[in-house]
Design a protein around this ligand. Structure first.
Ligand SMILES: [Zn+2]
Length: 264
């Protein structure tokens, strides 16, 4: 999945230019405001190389579950509804991880013990779900809202039995996942913000260390990539907003293929 990021150095230069008394720069202004495609992975920071030769690392400030949800959104836009369900389901599982670990930390579980305990449940999603249900109940004094029975069936049939769902089914599935994530995220940030922040910043630190150890740059800038999970609107609304960006993406990809064919 591809998203677009701006060059932080160019944005800074453009701001300096606009604040100065220099005459309008019709050549370099559009070049500075250009955004560049990057392929999203599980990492949190990406390198942007611009037309002026700057190279900067940009933090996208998103959690694993948010990025996976966006993969589902892009799969719907591409017409891959089975893949959309797989990504939405993975997003929900990673959200359960985020919630469970945040609650454990909030209740004073020492960090190294929490990491060890997560290792025991990490390989099996049923263990993770069990941990989530009980941690949630202990914290919120009620049972958690889980995926509805019909969507659990749809997920299992799609993931394990090769069922190819319709667009409508994929959107409904994504919408339920989005609504669970949005509702419970809000409750977590309202009740245990410090623990939630700790879980996120630990993940950010691990990701940055991975990048730096692999010879990459430490990010100094943050950019938002317009995620469904940040929008507080139903999935259909988000899909409408993403169509334009996605068409540009597809055009870019096709242009690249044509150029490669020409150069053969
Ligand atoms: Zn630049």
């Amino acid at each position: 999945m591809q998203v677009y990021l701006s060059c932080p150095d160019c944005i800074e230069e453009q701001a300096r230019h606009e604040a100065s008394s220099e005459p309008p720069d019709y050549v370099n202004t559009p070049k500075r405001l250009k955004s560049y495609p990057v392929q999203l992975t599980n990492e949190i920071s990406y390198e942007v190389k611009c037309d002026f030769g700057h190279s900067s690392a940009v933090l996208v400030g998103s959690t694993n579950h948010e990025i996976l949800f966006e993969f589902g959104v892009h799969s719907i836009l591409d017409g891959y509804y089975r893949e959309a369900i797989t990504s939405f389901a993975a997003s929900l599982e990673r959200f359960y991880e985020f919630a469970s670990r945040s609650i454990a930390i909030a209740y004073g579980c020492p960090e190294e013990k929490e990491v060890k305990c997560w290792e025991y449940v990490a390989a099996q999603s049923e263990r993770q779900l069990g941990a989530y249900i009980y941690l949630y109940a202990a914290h919120f004094k009620e049972e958690p809202r889980l995926l509805s029975g019909s969507n659990v069936k749809l997920r299992n049939a799609s993931v394990h039995k090769g069922k190819i769902p319709t667009r409508n089914q994929a959107v409904k599935f994504g919408n339920e996942v989005l609504s669970i994530i949005t509702e419970i995220s809000l409750k977590l940030w309202q009740t245990i913000p410090q623990a939630a922040h700790k879980v996120l910043s630990d993940r950010t630190q691990i990701s940055i260390n991975n990048i730096v150890n692999a010879g990459g740059t430490r990010p100094k800038h943050v950019q938002s990539i317009g995620l469904a999970t940040h929008g507080k609107r139903p999935l259909e609304e988000h899909l409408k907003r993403k169509v334009m960006e996605h068409s540009r993406n597809t055009l870019d990809k096709h242009r690249k293929i044509i150029e490669e064919l020409k150069n053969r």
